[in-house]
Design a protein around this ligand. Structure first.
Ligand code: UD1
Ligand code: CA
Length: 457
């Protein structure tokens, strides 16, 4: 394409009434990432030179989220929500003085559109179209604007509420993304009226205005799975499903084994190296990276955690924020790790909670070991050195440290530091009474017999 430049205007001011939510619609998430974030990442990848986001009043969180993704995005507030054309006009500051060649208007509630599709729209503009509409064949067109055409010629876009019976039968729908030659954009938007069922200014009416001006209008199409919009929670779930399927396919294409792909859930930023095996029913929350040779066993949940080469995690493990699993380490069943680094070759295999801690290389943490890291007010650190053996069912009361090569006896409550190579017993002394068990049984049996005799007399 040309080297022509582009301004992307993302409309995101809608409240999304049908979501029945206190959250602005476009801050709802798929793949644990806001809808508007997916759109912004895609326009960025498609090479937008300038990005404007139209937000509603009191949507600071949305402005902040937008700038986190595109730091120089300009945010404009649409005070009254009078429709998509009115929203586009709120971004006048971005286009009136601009010298870009293309203006792309897209919706923050349509998160699955790929950079390729944005490029296809721009290619049409570069090839001589003044206005390009992205259309799709809808399995169920209900609620979408219909593309009203005469042969190849697009005459208008009709919203569901304004459409006649005949027009509602049209299945070619408006995806919501429109591309304009910038020199026509302001003039088209300014002439849009609000004479429709909702009394809103519809950006889609730009088609009729452009038609009257004799401008060149074209339609490009995309698959419905890519352009489906989100107005309610069911559509949110439908988009999540498409997104997850994309992530699974791309993980497998990149060399990751998914034993039951349909049961593995990814976040937008999940990073998994080739030759990782993921067993069924694994959830990757945000911020997870996994190096090659790792096996994530069934029913594990990972979030803001990293797993180094050749480690194993699970089954039934939970890695919470800032869990760092070292090379070749083993995290076993019913183990929870939070803000802790489990160093190279260490093992925490059964029923443990390790929080705010370091577990040194080659250390073995026995079944049921718990770090007591919290007193209800503050959190404290536990440091376990290299080559330590922590016996089963031990309680490590932080702040506490255990030196390299030390041994902690099973069942210990460790409240004081254990020096390197020492052995610590933190439990009551065992007492053994020879023959006491049979003596006790004999006594109790006798008592029981006497009671029975009394009851029968
Ligand atoms: C819109 C299109 C419809 C298309 C469908 C595709 C119009 C008039 N209709 O309908 O043709 O088939 O998308 O999903 O364009 N917004 C604002 N300010 C407003 C109104 C909307 O910022 O005043 C934003 C919303 O946050 C949303 C987007 O614009 O991200 C689309 O608005 P929405 O109300 O969802 O339009 P639809 O009824 O879905
Ligand atoms: Ca919508």
């Amino acid at each position: 394409m040309t080297g022509e430049s582009c301004l992307a205007i993302v409309l995101a001011a809608g409240l999304g009434t049908r979501m029945k939510s206190a959250l602005p619609k476009v801050l709802h998430e798929i793949g644990n990432f806001p809808l508007v974030g997916h759109v912004l990442k895609a326009v960025q990848a498609a090479g937008a030179d300038e990005v404007a986001v139209v937000v509603g009043p009191d949507m600071e969180a949305l402005e902040k989220a937008s700038r986190e993704i595109v730091p120089d995005a300009k945010c404009f507030v649409q005070v009254d929500r009078l429709g998509t054309a009115h929203a586009a006009k709120a971004a006048e500051g971005a286009y009136l003085e601009s010298t870009v060649d293309h203006v792309l208007v897209l919706f923050g509630d349509t998160p699955l559109v790929t950079p390729q599709t944005f490029r296809a729209i721009r290619a049409e503009l570069s090839a001589g179209s003044d206005l390009v509409v992205l259309g799709f064949e809808a399995a169920d067109p209900h609620g979408y604007g219909r593309l009203i055409a005469d042969g190849d010629k697009l005459l208008a876009i009709r919203e569901e509420k304004d459409a006649s019976e005949e027009e509602r039968k049209v299945t070619l729908c408006n995806a919501g993304i429109m591309g304009f030659r910038r020199e026509h954009f302001a003039s088209l938007v300014n002439r849009i009226e609000n004479n429709n069922a909702k009394g809103e200014y519809y950006l889609t009416d730009a088609v009729e205005v452009a038609h009257a001006d004799g401008l060149k209008i074209s339609v490009t199409t995309a698959a419905e799975a890519e352009v489906q919009g989100i107005n309610n929670r069911a559509q949110l779930a439908a988009c999540e499903a498409v997104f997850q399927e994309r992530m699974r396919q791309s993980a497998m294409a990149d060399g990751v084994t998914l034993q039951a792909p349909e049961t593995v859930y990814f976040s937008q930023d999940t990073r998994i190296a080739p030759d990782v095996v993921v067993e069924p029913n694994v959830v990757f929350g945000p911020g997870v990276s996994v190096e090659s040779g790792v096996r994530i066993r069934a029913f594990s949940h990972l979030e803001r955690a990293s797993v180094a080469k050749d480690a194993t995690v699970g089954p039934y493990a939970r890695l919470r924020p800032n869990a760092k699993i070292g090379e070749g380490a083993h995290i076993g069943n019913f183990v929870e790790i939070k803000n802790a680094s489990i160093e190279q070759g260490a093992k925490v295999n059964h029923l443990s909670y390790i929080g705010d801690a370091r577990v040194g290389a080659k250390t073995n943490v026995g079944a049921g070991t718990i770090t007591c890291n919290y007193d209800g007010y503050f959190k404290y650190h536990t440091d376990v050195g290299n080559g330590v053996f922590v016996g089963s069912n031990s309680i490590l009361v932080a702040p506490v440290s255990i030196g390299d090569g030390a041994l902690v006896a099973a069942g210990s409550v460790i409240t004081e530091d254990v020096p390197s190579q020492a052995m610590a017993f933190g439990r009551a002394q065992q007492v053994v009474k020879e023959g006491r068990a049979s003596e006790m049984r004999a006594r109790l049996e006798k008592e029981k017999k006497q009671q029975k005799a009394k009851a029968n007399s």
